[in-house]
Design a protein around this ligand. Sequence first.
Ligand SMILES: N[C@@H](CCC(=O)N[C@@H](CS)C(=O)NCC(=O)O)C(=O)O
Length: 280
Amino acid sequence: MNESPYVPPKVWQWEKESESRFANINRPIAGATHEKVLPVGEHPLQLYSLGTPNGVKVTVLLEELLALGKTEAEYNAWLINIGEGDQFGSGFVDINPNSKIPAMVDHSTRPPTRIFESGAIMLYLADKFQAFVPAEGSERAECLSWLFWQIGSAPYLGGGFGHFYAYAPQRWEYPINRFAMEIKRQLDVLDKNLENREYLCGDPYTIADMAVYSWYGQLVLTGLYESKEFLDVDSYTHLVRWATQIHNRPAVRRGRKVNRVSKSGLKERHSAADLDALEK
Ligand SMILES: N[C@@H](CCC(=O)N[C@@H](CS)C(=O)NCC(=O)O)C(=O)O
């Protein structure tokens, strides 16, 4: 932080940031900044997203549903470029007043159903297709506990550790220490849980695994925030074993490629053939 301690004013004022890479999109006001109608494709499920860990959770689940033979899970995935402010377009805000990816519309219902928040989307899809979530009882409770654990924990990883380690204008010891401590604790929670379980909830593989993999699995395997060494992720051996198992699933490989602007990914996905072409 600055040499002299920050003295907060009586009332916080919005001063446009210049240093942050998020300066163009950070704002303290909700709502749309511009008119923009969302495109709608041929399938009942319309996904508006980006291939970040929160987006990947949903595309992995959709690809897993399709791999299971649930043909009604076919979907159109449209790119929402959050760096360009697409999340503040009027059509997107209509389906997610919180202006964050992912958001989805199910046109198979009358009227169409909007769903926002990645965990809510996953639960909606898993219930709709009766797959990847136990139907009742303590197994369902365990699955939802780990799913909600992910939703509550990952902001410390992305918004906390990742922000201060990789994105802030400078590396400050205090916030990096604080969030590294919490992330190491979270990694240990997962590692200990996976010591005697094949998947997070025991057996079978569920939406909780997909959600946690997208953040913590990708962190330990592909090095989100280039922090693998700093966090000594290889020491969490049970977590690495589980993450590798999920990473190698064909549907996971497919889901990770959707709504990406890079050459190895798909900006938009409208049919299975789009991904098949990429795999050739
Ligand atoms: N709790 C939300 C978090 C979603 C989220 O933070 N999305 C980020 C990308 S990973 C986003 O859209 N950020 C845009 C912004 O903050 O303006 C969820 O799980 O869906």
